[in-house]
Ligand binder design. Structure first.
Ligand SMILES: C[S@@+](CC[C@H](N)C(=O)[O-])C[C@H]1O[C@@H](n2cnc3c(N)ncnc32)[C@H](O)[C@@H]1O
Length: 340
């Protein structure tokens, strides 16, 4: 096998140049030889190539090397040789782990490599199934199409987060592990005794995070029957039956004829929550708080919508933040508003 005989004091410098140009053979171990080290290199390396990358006066020799039996540790290690680094980073950024399931985005030009990528993700995460995103989140139920690419074909799982457990089917309901910090943030603001409306409750992630910590009464509403069924199961699973009332149906219809006055309203339906602002304002007591979410590139329009919907009542903005990125320049934003 080909090796580069380099003086010890230059070894690190030369190794880095070889790495930069992908000329090092990473499957073999570097070996020592007196005041020299022998760096395993790719078989096509010759002195002309060395000179081009600024390495002079080193000898290329034929020798044996020990196999490098380092276990792969990152997704990059698993995908080395299959994809370029930039593509691996792209895939890594799109990665979501929900319970035993991995969901990732694979660009169309990697269609042929999709199963190998899936297998790599399976080994790296040690989960049970890998799905590829096949559409954007869409429709009233806020779900997306998924393509199974590796592991068992299961789409139901239990996700653990801050001491709560959420059972769900990734094909049938909305759930984002990227909202974990937001749920924790909101649940830390709640006080015992509050009456809360979770207008778009999904499988109950905000409601359960709150009810696990506080003695509250939460009306958790969702229009997706699958989400509602998981919501009921999750209430049992997390033992918060005394604190959450699950409601199946359209939250507008539910609130319209009720004269409910809540201490806190959660509106996590960022694409169209604005359409429900007036009913939310009607249902919040003076001194109550609305957690309003929207897809936006800044906060101004969201705040304006809140103020307009509340008029003639007054609104004080307590906090505004970028919760997570949606697309370049576009954010899932959150605004906390105190309504008088
Ligand atoms: C973005 S998801 C949020 C779910 C949950 N709050 C979470 O953070 O995981 C929005 C949810 O609102 C529900 N939804 C949409 N329109 C609704 C309506 N008019 N009334 C009640 N629920 C609705 C969808 O079914 C979906 O589960």
């Amino acid at each position: 096998m080909k090796g580069l005989k380099v003086p010890k004091y230059l070894a690190d410098y030369i190794r880095r140049i070889l790495l930069k140009h992908s000329l090092i053979n990473l499957n073999m171990k570097i070996k020592r030889l007196g005041d020299f080290v022998i760096v395993p290199v790719n078989k096509n390396l010759d002195s002309g190539m060395l000179e081009k990358i600024g390495i002079y006066n080193v000898e290329i020799i034929e020798t044996d090397f020990e196999i490098q039996n380092k276990a792969p540790r990152s997704l990059k290690d698993y995908l080395k040789g299959l994809l370029e680094e930039g593509k691996i980073d792209e895939i890594k950024r799109s990665f979501d782990i929900i319970g035993d399931i991995v969901i990732l985005e694979i660009p169309d030009d990697l269609e042929e490599e999709k199963n190998q990528i899936g297998e790599a993700a399976l080994k790296f995460t040690r989960r049970k199934a890998v799905f590829r995103k096949k559409s954007k989140i869409k429709g009233i139920k806020r779900t997306r199409e998924l393509e199974h690419i590796a592991g068992e074909e299961i789409s139901e799982t239990t996700h653990k987060e801050y001491g709560c457990r959420y059972m769900l089917d990734v094909r049938k309901v909305y759930f984002s592990p990227r909202l974990a910090t937001e749920r924790e943030r909101i649940s830390n603001q709640v006080r015992d005794g509050e009456l809360i409306i979770d207008m778009f409750a999904g499988v109950g992630s905000f409601s359960i995070a709150i009810a696990k910590k506080h003695e509250v009464e939460i009306y958790a509403v969702d229009i997706n029957e699958d989400a509602y069924n998981y919501l009921k199961q999750n209430i049992q699973l997390n033992k918060v039956q005394e604190r959450i009332i699950p409601i199946f149906g359209d939250v507008f219809e539910f609130l319209e004829d009720k004269n409910m006055k809540a201490d806190r309203i959660i509106m996590n339906l960022p694409g169209s929550a604005w359409k429900f602002l007036e009913i939310a304002i009607k249902s919040v007591k003076s001194g109550g708080i609305i957690h309003y979410y929207e897809f936006a590139c800044d906060f101004e329009k969201a705040i304006e919508k809140l103020k307009n919907a509340a008029y003639p009542r007054k609104v004080k903005i307590l906090n505004k933040r970028k919760v997570k990125s949606k697309s370049p320049g576009m954010w899932h934003i959150g605004v906390d508003a105190l309504v008088f």
